[in-house]
Structures are given as structure tokens and as C-alpha cells.
Ligand binder design. Sequence first.
Ligand SMILES: Nc1nc2c(c(=O)[nH]1)N[C@H]1C(S)=C(S)[C@@H](COP(=O)(O)OP(=O)(O)OC[C@H]3O[C@@H](n4cnc5c(=O)[nH]c(N)nc54)[C@H](O)[C@@H]3O)O[C@H]1N2
Ligand SMILES: Nc1nc2c(c(=O)[nH]1)N[C@H]1C(S)=C(S)[C@@H](COP(=O)(O)OP(=O)(O)OC[C@H]3O[C@@H](n4cnc5c(=O)[nH]c(N)nc54)[C@H](O)[C@@H]3O)O[C@H]1N2
Ligand code: SF4
Ligand SMILES: [Mo]
Length: 735
Amino acid sequence: MSTGEIHHRSCNLCEAMCGLLIEHDGRGVLGIRGDPDDPLSRGHLCAKAFALRDVYEDPDRLRRPLRRLQSGDFGEIGWDEALDEAASRIAEVQRSHGRDAVAVYQGNPSVHNLGTMLFAPQLVRALRTRNRFSASSVDQLPHHFAAWLLFGHQFLLPVPDIDRTDHLLVLGANPLVSNGSLMSAPGMRTRLRALRQRGGSLVVVDPRRTETAAVADAHHFIRPGTDALLLAALCHRVLHVHRPELRHLRGVVDGVDALGAALQPFAPAAVAAPTGIDAAAIEAMADAFVAAPRSACYGRLGICTAEFGGLAMWLVAVLNLLTGNLDREGGMMFTSPAVDVMARTSRGGFGRWASRVRGAREFGGELPVAVLAEEITTPGEGQVRALITSAGNPVLSTPGGQHLARALQQLDFMVAIDIYRNETTRFADLILPPRTGLEVPHYDVVFHSLAVRNTARFADRLFAGDPGGRDDWQIYAGLLERLAPLRGPVLARAAGLASRRLSPTRQLDFALRTGPYGGLGGRRLQRGALSVGALRRQPHGVDLGALRPGQLPARLQTEGRRVDLHPEPIAADLQRLAASLRPAAATSVAPDAEDDFDLRLIGRRGLSDCNSWLHNAPSLMKGRDRCVLLLHPDDAAQRAITDGAEVTIRSRVGEVRAPVRLSREVMPGVVSLPHGFGHGVQGASLRVAEAHAGVSINDLTDPSAIDALTGNAVFSGVPVQVRATATASAASAPG
Ligand SMILES: Nc1nc2c(c(=O)[nH]1)N[C@H]1C(S)=C(S)[C@@H](COP(=O)(O)OP(=O)(O)OC[C@H]3O[C@@H](n4cnc5c(=O)[nH]c(N)nc54)[C@H](O)[C@@H]3O)O[C@H]1N2
Ligand SMILES: Nc1nc2c(c(=O)[nH]1)N[C@H]1C(S)=C(S)[C@@H](COP(=O)(O)OP(=O)(O)OC[C@H]3O[C@@H](n4cnc5c(=O)[nH]c(N)nc54)[C@H](O)[C@@H]3O)O[C@H]1N2
Ligand code: SF4
Ligand SMILES: [Mo]
């Protein structure tokens, strides 16, 4: 029987926020279970939760700052020395080469970290560089773009009311494996089963018959990169055959007729060939969406990371709106979180500046990370000469990763705030490793605001971590303080603020008390009002109720609180999309390529992966190696490739080798490789990951391919060639 104590905490490894019961003895973890009393996750957890323990114990995880030595190796140094050096090198580069010479890249775990959410923006602002990058532009940038354009705020993002809908149309997402994204909904299998038990239906559109597609009522293969065409056809049918149902938004929506006219080229019959879905099936898809009492269309990564990703996400929102399913129960709904992210972030903005080399437009204060390598390697004024990475591994996660790896070696200075010496951080002059996971307090500011039910939960740190160590926020605050005297008065002011700033937990307490459930809005403190103290007393989390309908138009932040369905950037992009339908169109949505890159590559996620960074967790790396290429048997036969053989995959930008698995899961003409692998590189120190190295899909993806509208990277449908690896060269390949 167990003897340990129980620590309550929600898992911060993905967006699902599962409530966990962590049994421990004060020094180590004895066991991890799902918390049945958590109001959102109701006992669900996945295998990755055990990686919280692996990361805590990992002997490869860094606990002290590392400095690169002359020999190229790393040596440990003290925190003060490391922070002093980082600040003075950054200041020096900005002094000599201007403020844009320092670039910043922030990776995915940033948004799962309270301290980073509160403190990183201050440092980034203080640097006043235009070269800000993040994982957003290899992920969900099109969602923010669509929300900004339609509703006036990049974080006014509706989520599917999955527990009440009658009809869920999913494009380019595999929530059964990813556990939901921009839709925190732990226990997806149970929720989808409940949908079908109450007579509802699930339709999935995906070039691969995924785990989610396998439990759907209908699955349609689609040619990668053509979802904007399909969505335009669905909206076309709603506008031209059914009637738009604007319900409570009737008085605030403009441009319905103009949109109808702009969608003329996209009748179902016109998009059937390029999408690979026949017209009757598209019509039926639209009709079923309209016919169901309450429907929700949810599009995610597979349609964001595409040539028309911005337009696709905008059309998803428009389809929901035109069918009366926006802002109503069972449709796409807005959350009412205890800490309002919208109130604390900028609304967004577009095209206020552009990247120096390619002229890619800024969105929300950031440039597309696909341009980072060229900004480092192209000489001239404003060239990037120093880089700060924080919780990111762009060598594995951004397009043309091997080009970026070469570019990083050209920098005058690089500092990485990270817990591992990995494929990216190995190039840093300094690595600053924060406490992480079970060693830090946790409240999910971002994902509580994207959850399918309003809840709140807080956890204090379970373990103290390295004595003398730093949390992420302390590293940011430390850099800000040190940069101030080295740089002008503006930064000095910002640093003064930062050093006087309260800890993230104190700031959270303030935000909760002054938030919608905090009771400080009224005249006196109400019983049961939220605060950190109140959440500590309710460790399973607090249920704040189902999502509430009818939040629009009040929450709109657009000009005059109106919604324009045919604004200029969309009008122009619809013309670009229409041009792609014309026979000689040179865009990559054309069904057949003339070159010998005759297959289309897509990515995938495995249940035990967490992008690139949990492959050093022993409990997740048992079993068969996962980095295999899925290839349709018909395509294999044409190329004389047999199951299990090693193949060479070539794209315009690179070449990798991987074992192949023949599978009818992928549609003919499409191949699939997971992302986040490619670990066996020199200079990294990840012993478990190295034993399951795999190859990086982003050595094949093309940094020149971005969505012209939003700048998001294009990963859906990379043109590739696949051949059996020639035996002689396989034998002579370096080990
Ligand atoms: N081809 C292709 N590419 C993709 C994708 C794809 O589907 N296909 N997916 C994209 C998506 S959705 C994303 S989000 C990105 C992810 O891209 P990134 O965010 O760049 O990469 P991750 O693999 O999440 O790496 C996270 C880093 O954070 C570090 N880390 C973990 N915890 C902490 C912490 O507490 N503090 C700090 N300071 N560091 C920490 C890890 O060691 C690791 O270095 O990849 C994208 N790239
Ligand atoms: N197990 C696990 N869970 C994770 C992560 C992880 O790495 N592993 N990462 C987390 C992160 S950072 C994110 S952003 C989320 C992402 O969560 P999801 O959005 O669910 O992402 P994926 O599982 O990559 O699913 C994308 C789907 O798009 C399909 N697809 C590819 N190209 C196209 C196309 O052109 N059209 C259509 N219609 N579909 C296409 C792919 O086949 C795939 O099934 O997952 C999160 N959860
Ligand atoms: S589904 Fe996500 S939040 Fe839940 S246990 Fe797994 S990794 Fe953690
Ligand atoms: Mo992501």
C-alpha cells in the first residue's frame, strides 16, 4: 500500500490540463494518477504525465548555467556570472549594430508556464527589436489572424462546445492523439463517444485516416493543402443553396453579399478535382452541417500550416457564423476564464513592419520564424547577430532546420533559456536552465481560456529544485535588471518595474481577485471568490460552469463593434485562391507537380511525443521506434519499395533516410513522417533520445514556403520524392 502524500497539480505538458494526483515522499515521485474529481479532466491522463517524473529525475537535464568553452565543449558557471555575461553581450550587440541585431525566439512550453507568460513579454518589449519570433508561426498564427480580423482581438478565439454539439466537423486535427489544441478538452475519446451516444455525428477531413478519423461517422481524404478550397465550397453552398442564419449577430454583420459574390468560383464541382473530394460529398457535408440542430466546425494544425492557412481558418469561423453556430450552445463558443488573457495582451496588428530580407509581414508584433535563418545569414544593416531562445528548439521545429543550424553558428552571441543541451541549444554561448515542471508553481493562464468548460486550478511547487536555481521568470527579471544600466532610460524604467514586480503567484492572486470571479469588482469580498488562497483550498480545481452563449456583439473589439465578412486582405486572398484553380496555376495546390517531387509529405504526432522535447523521457521511449514514413502500398509498388525498407526522402531543400511502413492509412500520393525527431547530432546531450534519434521532417520542409497572407510556415503537402535507398550507399553511410 502507498505511504506517500498526495500533491494536486494539472499537467502542463499539453493543452488538456489534466488534473493529476501525484504521490510523493517529499523527495521523489512514487506514482501519478488522473484526478477523478477534477471538473475538466474527470480522471483522464495520458502516458506523458509520467514524463513529469522522468524530467524531474533526468540526469541529462541541466541544473546550472553552462558556458561554451574555447574547446567547443561546455563548462558550468554561476548564475550571477552567467546573467551578467548574457546581459552585457546582448547590450554590446545592440550598441554596435542596432536593436534589430538581437532576435528572440520563444518556443511552445512558454505558453504552459505562468512565469514566462508574465515576464518574457517585458524583456522582449524592452529589447525593442523587430526580430521577434515564436512557435506561433509554425503553428496557430492563422487562428490569431482570423480572430483579429473578424472579432478585433487575436485571442478572442472560439472553441467547440464539444460536450453539447450535435455535429462536429474536424479538419486537420487529430485530438484523440494530440488531446486537443485551442480546445482544452481532456478525455477526448470519452467526449466523442458521448457525442455519438446522444445521436450526434463526427466528420473528419484528413489526408490520413487518423485515430480520430477511425472513430468518426465519416472520414474524407483530402489532398494536402487544399482545405481553403473545400471550406470556400462549404460556405458557397451555405450562401447559395441554404440561407445564412445570422441569429443574434444579424445587426452587426456586413459583407454577406460581397462574400457570396467572391465565393462564386468555388462551387463544389469546381473544387472537387483539386481537393480530391467529389462534389456530391462536399454538398452532403455542407447540408449535414446546416441540418444538425447544433454544429461546430473545428480546424487545426493540418489546415493552419498550409499555403492558404490564414484563409482556411477565416473560412472556418465564417462557416460557423453563417450557419448560426457561433456563440451559441453546441457551436463554437467563447470562454469566460478566471484570468482574462485578452485583457492582458495586445489586440494584434498586421503589417506594421516587414522582415528585412524577404519582406514578410509582421503579425501581432512577430515575424514568421521561417525567415530567421536568412535574417542571420544575409549581410546588411539590421542583420541578426545575436539570438535569445527560450523554451524552443527551432532547429527541429521550424522549416529548413538544417539551414537554421548552419546559420546559428554564424551568430556573434546566442543565449538559450532551456533545460536541455539539445539540437538548438548546443549552439548557444550560454545556456540558462530554469527550474521546471514539478519544481515551479503552476496556473494555466492560456489554456484555461481555451477550455471547453470554465474551470480554474492552481498548484504550488512540489519540489524545491536546485538550491540557488532560478525559475524562468527570475531569469527574465535578472536579464532585465542587468540590461538596464547598460542601455538607455527606457529600458531602465522597464527594468525598475520588473525588479519591483511581484512573483508570478502574487500577480496571479491579484489577477484572480480582480477578475470576473474575484469578488473585488463589487464593493466587498464575496464568499467563495477566487484567489490563490481559495484555489489552494480547492486542490481538485474549481468548476466555473459551462461555456456561456450570447457574448457577442458585446465582446467584439472591431471598429464600431461590427463583423466584416469581406475585408480587404480576405478579398485579395480569395482572388489568389481562385487563381490557384486555373489550369496553369503555379501554386503548390495544383494536384500534380511536373517535377519528380511526385508525393506530398505531411506530419503526424504520436501519443507519447511532445513536439521535440520529451524523447529523453525513458517511460515514453519504450517499444518500436516511431520515426517511420507511412507510404501507401500502391505508391510503394510503383517504386518497388517493400515494408520495413529504408527509403530516401528528398525535397527541394534536403534529404533524409527513414524506415518505411506500408499503410492504407494515408491516401495515395501522400506520405507521413512525425515531427520532433532528428536527435543524433553532435554537441547535444540527450542520451535516451539519441538511442531513438530518427530524422527531422524539418530538414525537408521549405523555409521559402509560407502562407502569403499570414506568414505561417507550410508543412501540409511538402513536395517530395521517395526512393528505396540504394543498398551500396546504405552500407557505406556513415554510422
Ligand atoms: N514539420 C512540422 N514542424 C512542426 C510541427 C509539425 O506538426 N510539423 N509542429 C509545430 C508546433 S505545433 C509547435 S508548437 C512547434 C514547437 O516548437 P518549439 O517550441 O520550438 O519546440 P519544442 O519541441 O516544443 O521544444 C521546447 C523546448 O523547451 C524546452 N523546455 C521545456 N520545458 C521548459 C521550461 O520549463 N523552461 C524552459 N525555459 N524551457 C523548457 C525544451 O527543452 C525544448 O528545448 O513545432 C512546430 N513544428
Ligand atoms: N501526443 C502529442 N500531443 C500533442 C503534441 C505532440 O507533439 N504530441 N503537440 C501539441 C501541440 S504543440 C499542438 S499545436 C497540438 C496539435 O494538435 P492537432 O491540431 O490535433 O495536430 P496533429 O495531431 O498534428 O493533427 C494534424 C492533422 O492534420 C492532418 N493534415 C496534414 N495536412 C493536412 C491538410 O492539408 N489538410 C487536412 N485537412 N489535414 C491535414 C494530419 O494528417 C494530422 O492528422 O498537439 C498538441 N498535443
Ligand atoms: S493529455 Fe496532456 S495534459 Fe493530460 S496527461 Fe497527457 S500530456 Fe498531460
Ligand atoms: Mo503547437
